[in-house]
Ligand binder design. Structure first.
Ligand code: FAD
Ligand code: SF4
Length: 334
């Protein structure tokens, strides 16, 4: 790891001012915030991230989960993944989020990992994590080693000729199905970004993963008030039962009445270059009967635009089965 300047932010505006000294907040940023450090420090040890300055944000008062008067849930950016998964409001009203968090990493990592850090965790594409190989995300313009290389675990939706890396987070998939809002404090004040607009497709600029700008600090995330009669489920399929990223996952948030889907939100993980909301699957389900044939139709719709690579064609059927089974679980007692 190269030498870097370390400081502790005492308040939000001090952190924002420090971050604003960087020319970018994306790959290659000169200033980085550190929260749990479980992504950043790994990448610094690998020389993939080489910030000149690291600003520790752990003292900021952003570690609470609160119910707002209008029924929304406010989650501080520094709430640890383990605390969020165990929160009673999350367990009762947003089960999909608790299940997604508990399916990720290990207990020790979840005790360190934060809401803000999890949102911004980086891809596990092996070429991104090795400075020996070409990677457009790590070194813009250098090429993509995965397209003709090891791509079994990589994306089949939202890919480009520049990058096919997946967003690896489980939490982000649940937040997408829950239609979370990301609250950001930047140099020009506060702003809110719907999670659907927060992550960017790789296109020709895979090093640019989100709408974050220099100085931007995620302060909290809000979830809409829970809707009565809604059930939610997260299902994750992977090579081994723990300590492994998703090959395919599905988050379902479904409101069923009189045996029909009244409202449903679908997101998938392990298959997209960003946490993948499937409007196609939602359209195929809304107003329809709770029925296995309808689930299968929705799963076909979700994967219609899939573009598999040389080693990950199996993901198309896997993702369909994953979504079909998640829909079965979410509607079992409905
Ligand atoms: C062995 C291993 C297995 C794992 N398995 C899984 C898994 O199965 N599923 C899964 O979802 N994840 C998994 N993870 C990833 C883990 O969930 C993330 O590393 C973690 O959530 C990152 O959170 P952090 O607080 O440690 O982030 P940090 O490392 O502190 O930060 C990550 C990035 O976010 C930025 N950042 C952090 N907080 C803020 C903020 N408030 N505002 C602006 N920028 C911010 C940092 O500058 C940095 O760029 C695994 C990680 C490891 C090491
Ligand atoms: S898939 Fe993306 S992250 Fe992986 S080598 Fe290609 S450009 Fe890099």
């Amino acid at each position: 790891m190269e030498t870097f300047k370390y400081s502790r932010a005492q308040d939000v505006s001090q952190a924002v001012q420090a971050g604003a000294q960087s020319a970018t907040s994306q790959q290659g940023a000169q200033v980085r915030f550190v929260a749990g450090g479980t992504t950043l420090l790994d990448l610094m040890k690998l020389n993939v991230e080489r910030p000149a300055q690291v600003v520790d944000i752990n003292r900021l008062p952003l570690d609470k989960v609160e119910k707002l008067p209008d029924g929304r849930l406010k989650i501080g950016a520094l709430v640890r993944n383990s605390d969020l998964a165990r929160d009673s409001a999350v367990q009762s009203d947003y089960a999909v989020l608790s299940q997604a968090l508990l399916s990720g990493a290990s207990a020790q990592l979840r005790n360190m990992a934060t809401t803000g850090g999890n949102l911004l965790q980086r891809t596990r594409c092996m070429y991104f994590r090795s400075t020996e190989t070409a990677c457009n995300k790590r070194e813009p313009g250098s090429g993509c080693s995965a397209i003709e290389g090891e791509n079994r675990t990589l994306a089949i939706l939202g890919t480009s000729s520049s990058c096919i890396a997946t967003n690896p987070s489980d939490m982000n998939v649940a937040l997408t199905a829950l239609e979370a809002t990301i609250h950001i404090q930047g140099t020009k004040g506060e702003r809110e970004v719907a999670i659907q607009d927060f992550f960017l497709l790789p296109g020709n600029t895979p090093h640019r993963e989100t709408v974050m700008e220099p100085g931007d600090l995620i302060t909290f995330v809000t979830l809409p008030a829970p809707r009565p009669g809604t059930k939610s489920v997260y299902l994750k399929l992977r090579d081994r039962a723990s300590y492994e990223f998703a090959l395919s996952s599905a988050a379902v948030v479904a409101e069923v009445a009189d045996g029909k889907f009244r409202r449903v939100r679908i997101a998938m993980g392990g298959v997209g270059t960003k946490p993948w909301r499937s409007l196609e699957a939602e359209k195929a389900l809304e107003g329809k009967k709770v029925d296995p044939a309808v689930f299968r139709e929705a799963a076909h719709a979700a994967l219609r635009d899939a573009k598999p690579q040389s080693q990950n064609g199996f993901k198309v059927e896997l993702a369909k089965r994953c979504l079909t089974h998640a829909l079965t679980l979410a509607t079992q007692s409905a």
